[in-house]
Each structure stands twice: as structure tokens, then as C-alpha cells.
Design a protein around this ligand. Structure first.
Ligand code: ADP
Length: 343
């Protein structure tokens, strides 16, 4: 037979064991990490700072062996716990095994989810409000004025495109998130990848009079990667470089092998997308890959941006065990570097 102390030590969940006098008899390392002030012989009341829990422990001891009790409780640092307890016989007396489950990761996830839903609703509501406003106007006398009607309809079309972009990006994001941990067993040729991305983005670049120059090292080896995912990464970065720079400017795409680079210590393929656009303030850089984060919301919206492009890039690179590093200075332009490990 194992002693209780040995058993609870082998369990990763924080556990406290109290005797009939509600004094702490044993605890494990996980409990010490969660509540650093715990020590043997402390009274339950001084640990939990709440009479309700001591009363529950007493009730648990009285009610017999199989009773489970669940109480939600917050400890001093604001951590929310679910407290489960069960009574057992030890020698001739009863003890209460109290297991503590840290609920903070769950409530963080809840907050993130509700923030996300609030953001999505907001992003969908503004184009919808604008569309329904224009429809109402068109149903009135303005609908008979051809010039006005065409103008309003083109706004409605633009707003509809915005919603379409949003839904497409939301779907992509949820797909790449779902596959983030899935291993990749295909390989891609970097040069082919870049040339395909160039083909896709060239019409936009031409329409807004931007040049794109390629500088790809010869004989780059194939890398482990998902073609469709990496195509999306390059398109998102190239489209941003096009959208956030001025007319007539040149966007440069370089691809080379690196080893022990400051940003990535393992041998890797580095694809850089550099623009001479407006640049980004240092304080904003760490936030760019957050969902819906945009330096200038209305500017991004006007260009059909969703604020999800870089979040998608980040998730795809996590799946590829790569990284995105961003160098940028206001007024000088930005350099978005994608690192993809060679092995
Ligand atoms: P968006 O759809 O708004 O472009 P992204 O996630 O792709 O969303 O980018 C987030 C924000 O990062 C953009 O709104 C913009 O403020 C900033 N950004 C991205 N790329 C560049 C760039 N090349 N130059 C300047 N700012 C950029």
C-alpha cells in the first residue's frame, strides 16, 4: 500500500489533505505552486480565507466516502478554482482530499472567444448597416436618378465584397487553426511558390501602379511545406506591401538560405517582402498578428482589408515551425521576413 502523501505527490493536480480538525496534513508540489503560502498544519480557513469552504470540507467528512462537492472559488491573486473534495478513511479516522482545478485558462479562453465574437459582429454589422441604408434610399425617389442609383449600387457592391472577404478570411483562419498541429508531409519548391504568388498578385500591383522585383537565389532546395498554405502566406504579405505603399513604388521579394540568422538560429529558407511604404511604429509591430488588429482601421477597411491576414500568416507559420519577423520604421517602409526551417 502506498501512503497518501506518496500518492498525491504522483498526481499533477493540486491536492490538499485535511483531517477532522480541518488542519492541513499533506499537500503536493502542484498545490504549493498554485498557493505558495500553504504549509502543513495550517487551518483550512486560513488557506481559503473563506468559511464556506471549511464548512464544505466538514460536511464532506461527515457525509461519507463517495461524496463529491464542487465549489467555485477565487484565491488571492484572482485565480479561479473549482474545488472538488472526497472523504477517505486513513487508519481509524477520516480525511478529506481536496483537489483544486485552476480555471483561469478556461476563463481566459472564454474571454478571448467573446472578444472574438464581438469583433466579428462589429465587422459584419457596419457593412450591413451601410447596405441596408443604401437600399432604403434606393427604394425612395433617389432610385429613379440613374447617376445616384449607380453610385449607391457601387457602394453596396463594395460593402458586399468586404463581407465576402471577411467570411473567407474567417473560414481560412479557422481551418489553419484547426490544422495547426497536423504534421506536413509534402514539399514545395520555393522558387515556384514565389512565382505563383507573383502571378496571383500582379493584377493588383498593376492596377495600382506598383512594381515587384524578385531576387531568388539559384537552386534553392525544396522545403517541407503545404503549397496552398504557403501560397496564402506570400499573397497576404505581398498584397499588404502593395496596399500600404505609394504609387510607383517597387516591392522587393528576396529568397535565400540562412543559417544562424539573428531571428532564426536553425538552417532556414528566408523569404523577405520589402516595401518602401509608410512603415509601422515600433509599438504596433508586436500586435500586428493579433486578429482584427489594424494600425489604421478605416484605411484597411477602405482597401477591403479584414485585419485577419497576418493572423492567418502566423498560424500557417506555426504549423510549418517557421516564424514571421517584421522590421519596420515609420516613413521608411517595412520588411516582412518569413523563415521556414530546412529540415
Ligand atoms: P489588413 O486586412 O488590415 O491588411 P493584416 O492582418 O494583413 O490586415 O494587417 C494588419 C495591419 O498591419 C494592417 O491593417 C496594417 O495596419 C498593418 N500592415 C500590414 N502590412 C503592412 C505593411 N507592409 N506596411 C504598413 N503596415 C502594414
Amino acid at each position: 500500500m502506498y501512503e497518501i502523501e506518496e500518492l498525491i505527490d504522483a498526481i499533477g493536480v493540486p491536492i490538499l489533505v485535511f483531517d477532522r480538525s480541518l488542519t492541513l496534513k499533506y499537500y503536493n508540489d502542484a498545490a504549493k505552486t498554485l498557493i505558495p503560502s500553504v504549509k502543513k498544519n495550517l487551518a483550512a480557513e486560513s488557506i481559503f480565507n473563506d468559511k464556506k469552504i471549511s464548512t464544505q470540507i466538514l460536511r464532506c467528512l461527515d457525509m461519507g466516502q463517495t461524496e463529491f462537492m464542487r465549489i467555485r472559488y477565487k484565491i488571492d491573486n484572482g485565480t479561479e478554482l473549482a474545488v472538488n473534495m472526497k472523504s477517505l478513511h486513513e487508519n481509524n479516522s477520516k480525511i478529506a482530499i481536496v483537489a483544486l482545478n485552476d480555471l483561469s485558462p478556461l476563463s481566459e479562453a472564454k474571454t478571448m472567444r467573446s472578444d472574438f465574437v464581438a469583433n466579428v459582429s462589429h465587422e459584419i454589422r457596419s457593412p450591413l448597416t451601410s447596405i441596408s441604408g443604401f437600399i432604403e434610399t434606393l427604394q425612395g425617389p433617389a432610385g429613379d436618378d440613374i447617376e445616384k442609383r449607380n453610385r449607391f449600387l457601387s457602394v453596396v457592391a463594395k460593402e458586399t465584397d468586404r463581407m465576402k472577404n471577411l467570411v473567407t478570411d474567417l473560414l481560412s483562419l479557422s481551418l489553419v487553426e484547426a490544422k495547426e498541429k497536423r504534421a506536413i508531409n509534402t514539399s514545395v519548391n520555393p522558387e515556384l511558390l514565389i512565382r505563383m504568388a507573383l502571378q496571383t498578385t500582379m493584377p493588383l500591383a498593376k492596377a495600382v501602379k506598383k512594381n515587384i522585383k524578385l531576387n531568388i537565389d539559384a537552386n534553392l532546395p525544396d522545403i517541407i511545406g503545404n503549397q496552398e498554405n504557403l501560397h496564402r502566406v506570400l499573397i497576404n504579405l505581398i498584397e499588404n506591401a502593395i496596399n500600404y505603399s505609394s504609387e510607383g513604388e517597387t516591392i522587393r521579394i528576396n529568397a535565400t538560405l540562412t543559417e544562424n540568422d539573428n531571428e532564426f538560429s536553425a538552417p532556414a529558407l528566408r523569404i523577405s517582402i520589402r516595401d518602401r511604404g509608410e512603415g509601422i511604429h515600433q509599438d504596433e509591430i508586436p500586435r500586428l498578428t493579433e486578429r482584427f488588429y489594424r494600425v489604421d482601421k478605416s484605411r484597411s477597411r477602405n482597401m477591403g482589408g479584414t485585419g485577419l491576414g497576418l493572423a492567418i500568416v502566423k498560424h500557417i507559420l506555426v504549423r510549418h515551425k517557421g516564424i514571421l519577423s517584421i522590421d519596420s520604421a515609420l516613413g521608411e517602409g517595412s520588411n516582412f521576413n518569413v523563415y521556414l526551417p530546412l529540415t
